[in-house]
Design a protein around this ligand. Sequence first.
Ligand SMILES: Nc1ncnc2c1ncn2[C@@H]1O[C@H](COP(=O)(O)OP(=O)(O)OP(=O)(O)O)[C@@H](O)[C@H]1O
Length: 361
Amino acid sequence: MARIELRGLAHSYRPDPGGDADYALKPMQHVWEDGGAYALLGPSGCGKTTLLNIISGLLVPSEGQVLFDGRDVTALPPQERNIAQVFQFPVIYDTMTVFDNLAFPLRNRKVAEREVRARVEEVADMLELSADLGRRARGLTADRKQKISLGRGLVRSDVAAILFDEPLTVIDPQLKWLLRRKLKQIHERFRLSLIYVTHDQNEALTFAEQVAVMYDGRVMQLGTPQQLFEVPAHTFVGYFIGSPGMNFLPCRFEGGAAVVDDVSIPLARSVIEHAPHRGVPLEIGIRPEHLRVGASPANGALPVEIALVEDLGNFKIVTARLGRHQVKAKLHEDAPVPAERGWLTFPPDRTRLYADGRLVA
Ligand SMILES: Nc1ncnc2c1ncn2[C@@H]1O[C@H](COP(=O)(O)OP(=O)(O)OP(=O)(O)O)[C@@H](O)[C@H]1O
């Protein structure tokens, strides 16, 4: 497996790009450590596939370099990069047996037949395909065919990295969940370098150790699922990760607090020390999970109108009106909620400040 470095990388599909808007990937600098499980997460069109194709060699970037273990591979095609790829739809040979499909990447590299058998049996066992090894792939369900594709990606132990482009799209939801866990277990056991593209935050957050959240051709934050949740580096990350996403309220900074309309919301000392006073638009951000809703005024609580309470099984979402603004709080199913008017507390250690969309820390 390899350490993958992107150096001053940028890509435009136009032959003569002008400004930022012409670039599908804006200039970026990143390192994917050897043996890491990474996800590229972001909405449609943000550049995930473009980035994956540059790493795999399907696409040559218009600027910058890709290095595998320090070696410049920017101009090398996929077959010379020693990577495995799993795509959205199964790429298998229908007329071959499941065994021969799984063995193909190994036999192609003249691996000894004894080792081929051992490796194929191991991968089939991991993916619960052992009973199908003797069957032809034709006639198997789409789920099973995609499992074979995953198996073909995992069968070689000598690849620099395994790249997945939305590999579970055709899989039914229950099996999707099982396969995600399976991939995680396989990663923990073999410490493969995995890069996994998805637009589904659940998929990214349960599978990956580090998630790169992308928006408009940029990696907005590369962090652990916990970092993305607790300290989103950008308002986009706060909004995109979580369900519902983070609450954001425009504010100004006055007297060591964030002032939303005419109410003052206290901030942690570390935020106050770095808060810019003028010249940039400011917002406070707080996760719905971190807001507290009470029936009586606690110290520092703000009066709100309760607009809606949605019961969603083991939790409920309360929509409250704070002046002109609306905020959502996520509470335990048993938590009491006042009927019309309530009091909202913003714990200072959970309340973030954003200047021009970026975290003030
Ligand atoms: N071959 C191409 N020629 C021109 N523009 C392209 C090409 N492929 C992608 N783009 C553009 O580049 C941008 C990034 O696309 P990309 O497919 O990398 O995004 P994505 O995040 O993978 O989206 P999706 O999840 O929908 O696949 C988009 O604006 C897209 O329209």
